[in-house]
Design a protein around this ligand. Structure first.
Ligand code: SF4
Length: 433
């Protein structure tokens, strides 16, 4: 079809599609779906080959958040029966991180619930980063701690963080419908702070909250404009006990179309399938690997994923390979944070940036968007997000203002696939990795 030929050509040349073309991807039929996946797959292979980057989540502080993000199981008023605990000790976090790295993860994502860190929290996280790097010097570390105040990003960078995650989650126009305690602009500001400090920006979205196709295209174009190095795509997990518990809006086919649209708009950026992968893509997960080049290994923040070994088996069976510590994630033309700005000497070509970040490439500046463009925001979904997992995220409490976020799902509710995390960080049981 002409549309897919056009989008493939643009993706191979790193040209931005039009909004109409992006919307047309979301409007394709099931009969066209494999052609859509194949076209996005060509773009994915051009920039990322058959590599799959594995990321591993460590939830440093779970639940009890004062913010009201309606998708989040950790939010104020959430009735979801998630694990609730305060800051893990550096040794506990390092133990969990090491399990993920041994399982194949190249990046560890350190997440804490809350509006944002205090300066003392930054000290805690710095100690945790040091403990992890002592055991795993080459691992990339992404922090996800919420809204940043002045100079906190610089301190995280100096402590050895390679990236910072803060998701935009949804369009600017609908942001106020999902959260009232902070704004879309707050999120953009935090991403800008992280970017300006030389941290690789990781910022993504949550699909399935009742948003329109136009909202999805808006947020994905905004992420491209912000210069996010990695874009986690979360699929809402409608947790019981959260305001969005009834929002079962996604099918595997819909998820694949969303991933393809994200890939066409961000052809040379790490696209990560984040929370909700198992719940919504289900047996179609391997097709998602033809579009995205990154996933989380094992469990999410407050929900459980499939077994880590099942992730590895899936990658191998689908004909892909796990990206190694010494391999660059992003194509050469994109600037690598690590080398670029500042001085982080992380290991390997990818160096610190990893996922989101960079790869080996070149120095500063190059492919990255100016700091001012970056921005993003927030805590949020699962994967990366600091907070919430998609899965959990679904949780939330009352939707802002009465909540009209979603329209009430009309797809089959697969509550049987939603499992609250009961192992790994914050428990006596071994992590899933
Ligand atoms: S997404 Fe982050 S800020 Fe929002 S409620 Fe969840 S933990 Fe709190």
């Amino acid at each position: 079809m002409d549309l897919l030929d056009t989008l493939t050509a643009k993706g191979l040349n790193r040209e931005l599609p039009t909004r109409e073309e992006a919307l047309a991807v979301l409007a394709t039929t099931d009969d066209e779906l494999l052609d859509v996946v194949a076209a996005a797959g060509r773009v994915r292979r051009q920039w990322f080959g058959r590599r799959v980057k594995l990321n591993y989540l460590v939830n440093l502080k779970s639940g009890l958040c004062p913010e009201d993000c309606s998708y989040c199981s950790q939010r104020l008023g959430s009735k979801a029966e998630i694990l609730k605990y305060t800051w893990l000790k550096p040794g506990e976090a390092a133990e969990a991180a090491t399990a993920g790295v041994k399982g194949g993860a190249k990046r560890v994502c350190l997440v804490a619930s809350g509006r944002g860190p205090t300066d003392r929290d930054i000290d805690r996280v710095a100690g945790t980063i040091a403990a992890i790097k002592e055991q795993e010097p080459a691992v990339e570390i992404c922090a996800c701690l919420g809204l940043l105040s002045d100079n906190q990003a610089e301190r995280l960078r100096a402590a050895g963080a390679d990236a910072y995650n803060h998701n935009l989650n949804t369009s600017e126009g609908t942001y106020g419908d999902i959260t009232t305690t902070h704004t879309y602009a707050d999120r953009v500001d935090t991403v800008s702070k992280a970017h300006g400090a030389g941290l690789s920006a990781c910022s993504g979205l949550i699909a399935g909250m009742g948003e329109s196709d136009e909202d999805l295209v808006d947020v994905v174009f905004a992420l491209r404009e912000l210069g996010s190095d990695s874009v986690p795509v979360n699929f809402l997990i409608p947790f019981e006990g959260t305001p969005l518990a009834k929002e079962w809006n996604l099918t595997p086919q819909r998820c694949l179309r969303i991933l393809a649209m994200v890939r066409f708009v961000n052809p040379d950026v790490e696209v990560r399938i984040a929370g909700g992968r198992e719940v919504h893509l289900r047996s179609m997960q391997p097709l998602g690997l033809h579009i995205a080049n990154s996933i989380f290994l094992g469990d999410y923040l407050t929900s459980e994923g499939q077994a880590g070994q099942a992730d590895l088996d899936m990658i191998k069976d689908a004909g892909f390979e796990v990206e190694g510590q010494g391999e660059a994630t992003l194509p050469r033309h994109r600037a690598e944070l690590g080398s670029a700005c500042g001085g982080h000497d992380t290991a390997g070509a990818d160096g610190g940036n990893g996922g989101g970040c960079g790869t080996g490439g070149g120095g500063c500046g190059s492919g990255r968007a100016p700091a001012a463009e970056a921005g993003c925001g927030g805590h949020g979904t699962d994967g990366c997000g600091p907070c919430g997992e998609p899965g959990d995220e679904a949780t939330g409490g009352e939707v802002a203002g009465g909540g009209a976020v979603a329209g009430g799902g009309d797809e089959e509710a697969r509550t049987d696939l939603v499992r609250v995390r009961r192992r790994g960080a914050g428990t006596e049981l071994a992590p899933n990795a």
